[in-house]
Design a protein around this ligand. Structure first.
Ligand SMILES: Cc1cc2nc3c(=O)[nH]c(=O)nc-3n(C[C@H](O)[C@H](O)[C@H](O)COP(=O)(O)O)c2cc1C
Length: 184
């Protein structure tokens, strides 16, 4: 499959069957995250996987509230993507230009994992709406680890992706022209 077709085939899935995701498949997806690029190769991510027993349902509840993310009750596996915040090199690197490179790195890792999952027929949804406090308590996450994103993974009910709602190409892309010299 061409990469652009993979990108087109991926969408945020909010309807899952009850088919579980095999641990070996989760490991392949996690490997895609591990191999992602990061600023200064700091690799600020730590991945916590929930895929067994009643912990899955309890984890889903940490992402729900104000009508958000109710669909997570059907999700069979979650990867909790944390930022290791106690790395001095990272703190210095992230200070450059006022960027939070670590958070960018986490987003890139999530994208790698999502797309890797899609190649395996596994659907996903990035979840940014969650309670860090609830997840921390439930999963006993270590200090110095801040939850940045959660990746929901499973087998979607839909066969075909919906039409993507996106801004028009020309509204977001500018090919910057080389200024013409006088007389050209
Ligand atoms: C950082 C981030 C956080 C997101 N958080 C949520 C979320 O909490 N719940 C949800 O249902 N979708 C969430 N999404 C999915 C977006 O709504 C979705 O990517 C967007 O609407 C585009 O749709 P598509 O992914 O199907 O192409 C999130 C996506 C990103 C990148």
């Amino acid at each position: 499959m061409r990469f652009i077709d993979l990108v087109r085939a991926r969408e945020s899935c909010r309807e899952y069957t009850d088919r579980p995701v095999k641990k070996e498949d989760l490991c392949t997806i996690l490997e895609a995250g591990r191999l992602s690029p990061s600023a200064c190769n700091i690799q600020p991510w730590r991945f916590f996987v929930v895929h067994e027993g009643d912990l899955v349902g309890k984890t889903a509840k940490c992402m729900q509230g104000m009508g958000m993310n109710r669909f997570t009750d059907q999700v069979p596996a979650f990867i909790i993507i944390c930022e290791q915040t106690t790395n001095l090199k990272q703190t210095v690197a992230s200070g450059i230009g006022g960027h939070s490179f670590a958070q960018m790195d986490i987003g890139i890792a999530a994208a790698h994992m999502m797309l890797c999952a899609r190649t395996m027929g596994i659907d996903s949804c990035i979840i940014g709406w969650f309670s860090d406090k609830k997840l921390r308590e439930l999963l006993n996450l270590p200090n110095g680890c801040k939850v940045r994103l959660v990746l929901a993974l499973g087998y979607g009910k839909k066969a075909e992706p919906r039409t993507k709602r996106r801004m028009e190409f020309d509204d977001i892309v500018t090919f910057v022209e080389t200024p013409k010299k006088k007389g050209e």
